[in-house]
Design a protein around this ligand. Structure first.
Ligand code: HEC
Ligand code: HEC
Ligand code: HEC
Ligand code: HEC
Length: 138
């Protein structure tokens, strides 16, 4: 290759720094809500439903508080507050249920459909509960 060992070492070090830079830019936890997220559980085996588009904007416009969805429990108390970094749901909710933590799919369904259903029962405007309204094939 014609590279001296020193050159090669410098090249490798540069590559590592570049990769760390990329991870640094995307790997840290965020505090600001993205407008729209594509929710996609890394299911074992093949997916049964198309992934779900979730709009922070729609929910913010409807005055749904951040703490309705984001939490960090100490005992029974949610100590997470707006402005603090947000951990992804899958950080705590795995593919299998664990202790009092629901598995990821049920965590999403309980939270998303749960609220939509509650609001409907109260006769208020709510999001969908039909499968294909959330799992939209594109
Ligand atoms: C109706 C539910 C809901 C509400 C209300 C909500 N969020 Fe989220 N938020 C989510 C979901 C679901 C995700 C995606 C989580 C994931 O990918 O694991 C998310 C992701 C995020 C992320 C990105 C996390 C990451 O690393 O990708 C941030 C930051 C965030 N929300 C902040 C906020 C803030 C601030 C508010 C209030 C202004 C808010 N959210 C309100 C459901 C909600
Ligand atoms: C820091 C860890 C952590 C993160 C991140 C987290 N959860 Fe949880 N979640 C828990 C724990 C622990 C419980 C059990 C609380 C209890 O009942 O003691 C729980 C309970 C729940 C419940 C049942 C109780 C309730 O509030 O209705 C739902 C639904 C839920 N989580 C959905 C989600 C969703 C959706 C996300 C991502 C937007 C998320 N969780 C992010 C730890 C977490
Ligand atoms: C605390 C209550 C609450 C929670 C939790 C919640 N929603 Fe909603 N959702 C609403 C309300 C209110 C609307 C607005 C209804 C309207 O304006 O017609 C809505 C609207 C929607 C819509 C229709 C508008 C659009 O963006 O296309 C979708 C889809 C949706 N929600 C998906 C989700 C998903 C996915 C989650 C879980 C990550 C979730 N929602 C969690 C209350 C909630
Ligand atoms: C309010 C929105 C909403 C509704 C309604 C909804 N889901 Fe989901 N569902 C989600 C979210 C969010 C996830 C996690 C993201 C993903 O992987 O698609 C999920 C995940 C899943 C998964 C695991 C991922 C996969 O494709 O294997 C299955 C299976 C599923 N849902 C089936 C259903 C069925 C069946 C219905 C109707 C009875 C339904 N969902 C209704 C929001 C919804």
């Amino acid at each position: 290759m014609g590279l001296t060992t020193g050159c090669r070492l410098a090249y490798v070090a540069g590559l590592i720094l570049a990769v760390m830079g990329i991870l640094g830019a995307h790997g840290g936890s965020l505090t600001q809500a993205p407008a729209v997220s594509l929710l996609k559980i890394p299911v074992a085996g093949s997916r049964r439903k198309p992934p779900v588009k979730f709009s922070h904007r729609v929910h913010e416009a409807r005055r749904v508080a951040c703490t309705q969805c984001h939490h960090d429990f100490q005992g029974r108390r949610n100590v997470w507050q707006e402005g603090q970094p947000v951990a992804k749901c899958q950080t705590c909710h795995g593919l299998r249920p664990e202790a009092r933590r629901l598995d990821l799919k049920n965590a999403y369904h309980r939270q998303c459909k749960g609220c939509h259903l509650r609001l409907r029962q109260q006769g208020r405007q709510a999001g969908p509960i039909e499968c294909q309204a959330c799992h939209r094939p594109t």
